[in-house]
Design a protein around this ligand. Sequence first.
Ligand code: NAI
Ligand code: 13P
Length: 332
Amino acid sequence: MRAAVLGTGAWGTTFAAVMADAGCSVRLWGRSPEVVAEISSGGRNSRNLPGVELPAAVTASTDLHATASDVDVLVVALPSQSVREVLAPLAGTLPDRTVVVSLMKGVELGTHQRMSEVLAQVLRIGSDRVAVVSGPNLAKEIAAHQPAGAVVAAERHEVAELVARSCAAPYFRPYTHTDVVGVELGGALKNVIALVVGMAQGRGYGDNTKALIITRGLAETARLGAALGAQPETFAGLAGMGDLVATCASPLSRNHTLGAHVGAGMSLEDALTATGGTAEGVKSCRSVLELARAHGVDMPMTQAVVAVLHEGWPVAEMTAMLLARPLKHERG
Ligand SMILES: NC(=O)C1=CN([C@@H]2O[C@H](COP(=O)(O)OP(=O)(O)OC[C@H]3O[C@@H](n4cnc5c(N)ncnc54)[C@H](O)[C@@H]3O)[C@@H](O)[C@H]2O)C=CC1
Ligand SMILES: O=C(CO)COP(=O)(O)O
């Protein structure tokens, strides 16, 4: 299969290697001539994936149109808030056979759209040609060929199957699904919950608190999912609980680490600089909260993250914000 991956960040580069190890020929597109030159000439991306040697089947270019033309699978791995702008030049240009895949875990500010919705709209293709891949997939571990799994969701099962075949490598096992909404929400929401776990850790709280946040975080994710038409079981799977656990446990997660910095008293600006890369939850928490309010869904943790990161509330207030709410039934 011929594949293209847009975005030479940690996950885009790693996923290109996974697809090459699954037997695809893969073109990577990036905006940085230096990164692209290093991938093309030396098979390395030392800025975003240091120490990793890429398979020979991965090539790179700064030419967006040439990279995206004539491929079976077009994968997008950019920061969520930049997708619409970056892909605008490709609107209406993709051949009918090209399936588009989102690797992104965010919700667009302003429109509240999930990334598959943004892709279908900006590329002017049917939503049945868009798939999403999500799960516990910390890029550095997968780049080191540590065993991992993910969910490939698409409206049509045959599309999910095609994408699963394109990325099934000896160390990477994709499962197919048709709940695009649930799989995407699981990915976007776990970033917000990981921020809360990080903040709690930064304040010195231990594993009881972490388990409370993970469990109740999943409950609020599932509430939003139910309102948006997701299947409840999806949140018990790899793209729900699986990704939430990995992200909330791992120091490799940028959302988790950023939360820990803020919990320890660092400003958001300094924490963003310290973590580098893309901590999607920082922006997506606002669109998620707006989406929840529009559907009458109570999301106290998301609300607390927005209050601390964007409304000037001291992180020390977070415990009271969450624990002083009226008592309720666990299933409520
Ligand atoms: N890093 C990881 O372990 C995983 C990341 N993801 C998701 O994948 C998406 C991408 O993440 P990463 O690759 O980790 O991000 P990253 O921060 O490592 O890289 C982002 C890439 O996008 C490029 N970029 C940023 N703005 C751009 C623009 N306006 N035009 C063109 N290129 C632009 C950057 O130069 C960089 O190459 C995010 O939604 C993230 O949540 C999903 C699973 C795992
Ligand atoms: O999505 C991820 C793991 O599945 C990566 O998490 P971060 O974006 O927080 O680094």
